[in-house]
Design a protein around this ligand. Structure first.
Ligand code: HPA
Length: 278
């Protein structure tokens, strides 16, 4: 029989997130950040467009954050000052994230966004690499997440916490992003636990359910951030056709390479959009 061991750090997850936010405020000497960005596989290069961070440190130096376990995820936290039409704002950027497939439970997966909200962030931008289920999508194409389907049967919320998810991926923000780049499409993202990629039959099932994109992240973070009152933007970068679409085998290296190739475009998009969100 397996026993679920809860790390004492996460017995009071919001308390731990508050402590983490306080540590970030001390390290940066910035009391409140405005926008959080979580940079997924291959997205790290996109941060170049944001300029030079004012602060950078290893995430694991902050309470509740685990060391990175995936190639292409660097495990750093950065603070940026970003100029906009109505003054400058502060962005808290997480390079890499913890995934459900790491087997550490759900709490460390959502600790980043809980910390961000406790640090003052009103908007949380979640980026990821994903497989394209929708056969009109091309590798290197960014897609705004309009909605999701959770296939992991795991929620970051506990108890009688009946949070409405109708506008989880904020329509207000999607409209702003599309005014920046009218060519952007919207899609439904399926959360797959991994670490295996899906089988072709599973992809067929997902397509039949109405899904366009599949990946191993984002959904728990979106729910946790929304439950704490933040507005959420999700952007998926299609790094490969999903299993069975082309008959090619999938591998992590192609995912990272597609992310790198799209970094400049993704960076320009984020830089253009961030000042308009707050
Ligand atoms: N499936 C799941 N996760 C992924 C994929 C995929 O095809 N590509 C990048 N992340």
């Amino acid at each position: 029989m397996s026993t679920l061991v809860i790390d004492p750090l996460y017995v009071d997850p919001l308390g731990t997130a508050e402590l983490a936010a306080a540590q970030i405020a001390t390290r940066t000497a910035i009391a409140r950040h405005d926008v959080a960005l979580v940079m997924g596989s291959g997205w790290v290069g996109a941060t170049e467009a944001l300029g030079t961070p004012t602060h950078e440190f290893n995430a694991e130096e902050i309470i509740g954050f685990l060391p990175p376990s995936v190639a292409g995820h660097s495990g750093k936290i950065r603070s940026y000052e970003i100029d906009g039409p109505s003054g400058s704002l502060r962005a808290l950027v997480f390079l890499g994230r913890t995934h459900l497939y790491e087997g550490k439970g759900i709490e460390p997966v959502v600790h980043n966004v809980r910390t961000a909200v406790k640090a003052g962030c009103k908007v949380v931008i979640l980026t990821n690499a994903c497989g394209g289920i929708n056969t009109t999508y091309r590798v290197g194409q960014p897609v705004l997440i309009r909605d999701h389907i959770s296939l992991t049967a795991t929620s970051p919320l506990i108890g009688a916490n009946f949070v409405d998810l109708t506008d989880l991926y904020s329509k207000r923000i999607r409209t702003i992003v599309k005014s920046e780049d009218a060519s952007l499409q919207e899609g439904v993202y399926v959360h797959w636990r991994g670490p295996t990629y899906e089988t072709p039959a599973e992809i067929l099932m997902m397509r039949t359910m109405g899904a366009d994109l599949v990946g191993m992240s984002t959904v728990p973070e979106a729910i946790a951030a929304h439950a704490l009152g933040a507005e959420v933007l999700g952007i998926s970068l299609v790094t490969n056709a999903a299993a069975g679409v082309t008959g090619e085998k999938l591998n992590h290296e192609e995912v990272i390479a597609a992310g790198k190739a799209a970094a400049e475009r993704m960076g320009a998009l984020l830089k253009g959009v961030i000042p308009k969100l707050i």
